[in-house]
Design a protein around this ligand. Structure first.
Ligand code: UDP
Length: 328
């Protein structure tokens, strides 16, 4: 049997790099692609020596060419944290629109199956709880999150159109908050923010009164769900996330306990359109993929904290987009 070939966009990012690892482990030939705006080559350094890994430094918003056959394409290139999309809103819109159009064209030409990374952000500030896949969402298109949310919604629409109109094999995963090693320490997301603050000896900044909720999934569980979805025959969107919901204030307390910091929680204004609650309904993933998360938050946080502690001191103070330093 010939070896299967997979293209993974956003390969140097948090999720993309873990997906590269998984597909290498499964015996695939992996072609990584990234424009390195938010990705970091350190995440895939260990793969360059492998015969069955190659890397293209390329922006998928521009025409994408990959020689040879392709069996699968996984589109994971996108800024994905509120800080990123505030700083690079146009790129965020382009990768979800021009980028997916290029990749759908490539998938059609290669007769490849394409899986897109969608997000719980398509539900916006949800009025249905927990969120099921048939909920259409409550999104502000012109708010600060609009560039991400609408790009991802457009991406789903475009992908579904290629599926129905061209008969392309497509898969859509709606990813809920995910964490683990290789997250960027200063990308503004709550988990690296809190751990970074604890490591720098700063107070932990909870936004609003900290009563908003999130449900955090450990990266290995997410990757397993994505792998199963890719190989399934389900073209409709599927939620992948961990339903274990917690308030941000309680989460801050867990991080204080985990890190042993003697800093306290301070409260800062809630960002515009910050969703008040979020929890995936994973009934569908359980039924059609036989999937559910296995790693508890306590376990996952321990591994993630060990990773952040192992980073150099310089990384602790690095600006999220690597162009400046927030503090020397
Ligand atoms: N948050 C917080 N302090 C921080 C960073 C984030 O309280 O330093 C809050 C944020 O307002 C949101 C939640 O934590 O309610 C999760 O934020 P994140 O940016 O990680 O992801 P998202 O809002 O996209 O789920």
């Amino acid at each position: 049997m010939t070896q299967k070939r997979v293209l993974i966009t956003g390969a140097a990012g948090f999720l993309g790099s873990h997906l590269c690892d998984r597909f290498i482990k499964e015996g695939y030939h992996v072609i990584g692609m990234d424009n390195l705006i938010t990705g970091d080559l350190h995440n895939i350094d260990h793969l360059f020596k492998l015969e069955h890994f190659e890397f293209y430094h390329h922006d998928v918003s521009k025409f994408v060419h990959v020689p040879g056959k392709l069996d699968y394409i996984l589109h994971f290139a996108s800024p994905a944290s509120p800080i990123d999309y505030l700083k690079i809103p146009i790129q965020t819109l382009k990768v979800g629109s021009l980028g997916i159009h290029n990749l759908l064209g490539l998938a059609k030409q290669k007769s490849a199956r394409l899986l897109i990374a969608s997000t719980s952000e398509v539900y916006g500030d949800p009025q249905v709880h927990p969120q099921t896949e048939d909920y259409w969402g409550n999104v502000n298109p012109v708010g600060p999150r609009g560039v991400y949310d609408e790009a991802k919604r457009f991406q789903e629409a475009m992908t579904m159109a290629y599926h129905t109109y061209h008969g392309l094999e497509t898969r859509i995963v709606r990813i809920f908050n995910t964490y683990g090693p290789r997250m960027r320490l200063n990308d503004g997301r709550v988990l690296p923010a809190f751990i970074g603050q604890a490591l720098r000896g700063e107070d932990l900044t909870a936004f609003g009164d900290g009563s908003q909720t999130r449900s955090f999934c450990y990266v290995d569980d997410l990757v397993e769900g994505i792998y199963r979805l890719l190989l399934s025959d389900c073209a409709d969107p599927v939620n992948i996330g961990n339903p274990d919901e917690i308030t941000i204030k309680d989460f801050a307390e867990e991080i204080i306990k985990l890190t042993g910091t003697d800093q306290k929680i301070i409260f800062k204004p809630l960002p515009t359109d910050d969703p008040k609650q979020r929890q995936p309904d994973i009934t569908k993933a359980r039924a059609i993929l036989g999937w559910e998360p296995k790693v508890s938050r306590a376990e996952g946080l321990k591994i993630t904290y060990a990773y952040f502690k192992s980073l150099s001191k310089e990384k602790l103070y690095e600006d999220p987009l690597g162009r400046a330093f927030i503090k020397k």
